[in-house]
Design a binder for this molecule. Structure first.
Ligand code: TXA
Ligand code: MG
Length: 317
């Protein structure tokens, strides 16, 4: 098990490993994923085991082409629209599973739906094309921890020997995909992410409701949406305008408070896209300073700021 620079040769090797039932971590434009052949129950089970992921939390299935997605899920008109607008890219669509399904049951954690995504990252694309199979891939972090945006983050969570890692540098978007599900044919925002709500509403031509609460059985609509996700070891203090003694600071924009401790500015220019790309790496770095508390500057609740604040609130929970 090794870290491989994502050359063409190493991508084919990784594709062969996936087909062989092994796990491979790979870069996408959002975060690194930990991939397995989605048809292979044992490989998928290994993902849950190694991440210590609760079995009720289903996985996103990654494919290279729209036809591959349409073979696995039943697209309604709105879903087709969204796929056309955002694929390849940072959007996952939760659709009724097309039956009979080649997918391992565990992928959907017992649900009758499947989450599908076509990533745009060229390494992810090349890997999926070379493998020619649907690849189930959660973020390549231990369950509940911050998502990885570099190969080094993956190693920090699992060590260098757990599985092969394709190193494609740092992830451009830095936040997980936006997850959209449907109530019948009405689209619902299940997880805010790298594609903003405004971008989605523009394509749909209508407002979209946010369904991050619970279903009738009291389960989160998107089972991964539990508080306590994305948690660093340190406590987070949100909306901080000053730094207390002993705190590290996660700043945003030009007004950075005085401090003797570690400070990382997500974006000195107040650019939300840049802030999103830096968020998880910054949380990991500040966590490693050993500070008990990370003071977090307010981030505007608009555009990508909605997903950034979602992750910060979960990290603070
Ligand atoms: O950007 C991403 O989405 C990354 C990269 C690797 O693609 N993947 C990722 O996977 O973030 P994960 O497992 O960390 O998050 C998947 C989310 C979870 O909140 C999960 O509950 C939800 O998608 N999900 C998956 N399948 C679902 C389904 N059938 N119904 C509802 N939610 C689903
Ligand atoms: Mg995750």
């Amino acid at each position: 098990m090794t870290v491989f620079v994502a050359t063409e040769e190493n991508i084919s090797r990784a594709a062969a490993s996936l087909r062989n039932g092994e796990l491979v971590a790979f870069p996408t434009e959002t975060v690194y994923g930990l991939g397995a052949d989605a048809r292979n129950g044992r490989s998928v089970a290994r993902i849950f085991e190694i991440k210590e992921r609760p079995r009720f939390n289903p996985l996103i299935v990654h494919v290279a082409r729209f036809e591959d997605a349409a073979a696995l899920g039943e697209f309604n008109r709105q879903a087709e629209h969204l796929a056309q607008a955002f694929w390849p890219g940072s959007l996952s669509l939760v659709l009724p599973k097309r039956m009979p399904s080649p997918l391992a049951e565990l992928v959907s954690a017992g649900l009758s739906t499947v989450a599908l995504r076509i990533p745009s990252h060229n390494v992810a694309q090349a890997l999926l094309r070379a493998a020619g199979i649907p690849v189930a891939a959660p973020s390549a972090n231990r369950s509940g921890h911050v998502s990885p945006t570099t190969a080094a983050h993956v190693i920090a969570d699992f060590g260098p020997d757990a599985f092969d890692i394709l190193d494609g540098g740092s992830c451009e978007r830095g936040l997980e995909s936006t997850v959209i599900g449907f109530d019948g044919t009405t689209p619902l925002l299940l997880r805010p992410g790298a594609v903003t709500r405004e971008e989605i509403e523009e394509v749909l031509g209508s407002k979209i409701s946010c369904e991050t609460h619970t279903d009738v059985a009291g389960n989160p609509a998107s089972p991964g949406q539990l508080a306590s996700h994305y948690a660093p070891r340190a406590q987070l203090r949100l909306n901080a305008r000053a730094v207390e003694p002993g705190e590290a600071m996660l700043a945003f924009g030009e007004n950075v408070p005085e401090s003797d401790g570690a400070i990382i500015n997500l974006s000195p220019d107040g650019d939300l896209r840049e802030a999103a790309a830096n968020l998880f790496a910054a949380l990991r770095t500040l966590d490693q300073t050993g500070a008990k508390t990370i003071a977090v500057a307010p981030v505007p609740e608009k555009g990508l700021g909605i997903a950034i604040n979602d992750r910060l609130r979960r990290a603070a929970a």
